[in-house]
Ligand binder design. Structure first.
Ligand SMILES: C[S@@+](CC[C@H](N)C(=O)[O-])C[C@H]1O[C@@H](n2cnc3c(N)ncnc32)[C@H](O)[C@@H]1O
Length: 302
């Protein structure tokens, strides 16, 4: 099997929150390396059902092999935003168990030589989770107006030098199009003052471009809205987010749908998000910024 590295973040905490029950229907909205899916499958045997989604064919191919001994998983190459369509196709009326979302990119994607997610590796500007999508980092860097670049760098990257970097990009691309991660990094380095910081000057711009390429933030909200009508009484929604922009969307969605308000049917179990233990952070430093929230659908009157 080809190597696919990803350490499932807060796996124990995710499973505790999801509280998998035998025979129920579960969704893993972001399959990745299949860490959560495999753990869920182990708990719902023999009659439970798991539908796992990813848009990345490398994740799909890897998991088809990794999970091939399990009969009750359906692996679907599509966005979790389209869950509804697949539930219909599979004659599944209700998600009786719950859904887990592990937002963002996998370690495999971030460190892959060729996918263009990393500012440390020279590659074509790409950053698509879905290699069939027709819009990539190249389009943003070479075609967005300067003010739109400023907007995404500021909003999605919280980059303090957004204006200077956007200006640097627009000047550079007048001479020739910007094709590689290295060219973009050089422009960022050339447009920003040297400041002492633990993070590389390109970190935030790369994050912002990745979020924009994949429509990550709007997909979170869309997917939660789309899946709600299919969640049965007692079903659980678990989310793992990696930065405050994602976390805020989930937090607000849970609040807006809280059973405390008329029409709402979510009982929120995490007033404050759960974070990774020190032991996990030591082994997997990326888990440092992860936040887990979960809520349960309550359809009976409370
Ligand atoms: C952090 S990884 C998930 C890791 C997984 N929980 C595990 O244990 O291996 C996130 C995955 O979500 C996928 N993804 C991102 N946006 C998606 C979308 N809209 N629909 C489905 N999958 C998506 C990415 O391609 C990536 O493989």
């Amino acid at each position: 099997m080809a190597e696919f590295k990803h350490f499932p973040v807060m796996l124990k905490e995710v499973l505790e929150a999801l509280n998998c029950r035998k025979g129920k229907v579960y969704i893993d909205a972001t399959l990745g390396g299949g860490g959560y899916s495999e753990a869920i499958l182990e708990q719902i045997q023999p009659e439970g059902k798991l539908l796992s989604f990813d848009v990345d064919e490398e994740a799909i191919d890897y998991c088809k092999q990794r999970l091939n001994k399990y009969k009750n998983i359906t692996i679907i190459k599509d966005s979790h935003v389209n869950i509804e369509r697949h539930l219909r196709l599979l004659n599944t009326d209700e998600i009786t168990g719950g859904v887990v979302y592990d937002f963002g990119a996998s370690f495999h994607q971030l460190t892959s030589e060729s996918r263009g997610f990393s500012f440390q590796k020279e590659a074509m500007l790409d950053m698509r989770f879905d290699k069939e999508a027709d819009f990539s980092a190249y389009d943003i860097v070479n075609k967005y107006r300067e003010e739109n670049l400023v907007k995404i760098f500021s909003e999605y990257g919280e980059e303090r030098f957004s204006k200077r970097i956007a200006k640097g990009i627009v000047q550079a691309r007048k001479k020739k199009s910007i094709k590689t991660t290295k060219e973009l990094v050089d422009i960022i380095l050339g447009s920003t003052p040297r400041v002492k910081s633990k993070i590389h000057p390109a970190t935030k711009v790369f994050q912002a471009i990745r979020i924009e390429v994949n429509g990550e933030l709007e997909n979170i909200k869309k997917s939660l809205v789309n899946i709600m009508p299919y969640l049965g009484d007692g079903a659980i929604i678990v989310t793992v987010t990696f930065h405050s922009l994602e976390d805020r969307i989930v937090k607000n969605f849970f609040k807006e749908n809280s059973a405390k308000f008329p029409g709402g049917n979510l009982e929120i179990h995490t007033r404050k998000p759960i974070t990774a233990t020190d032991e996990e952070i030591k082994v997997n430093p990326a888990s440092r910024s992860a936040k887990l929230r979960y809520a349960q659908v309550i359809k009976r009157e409370i």
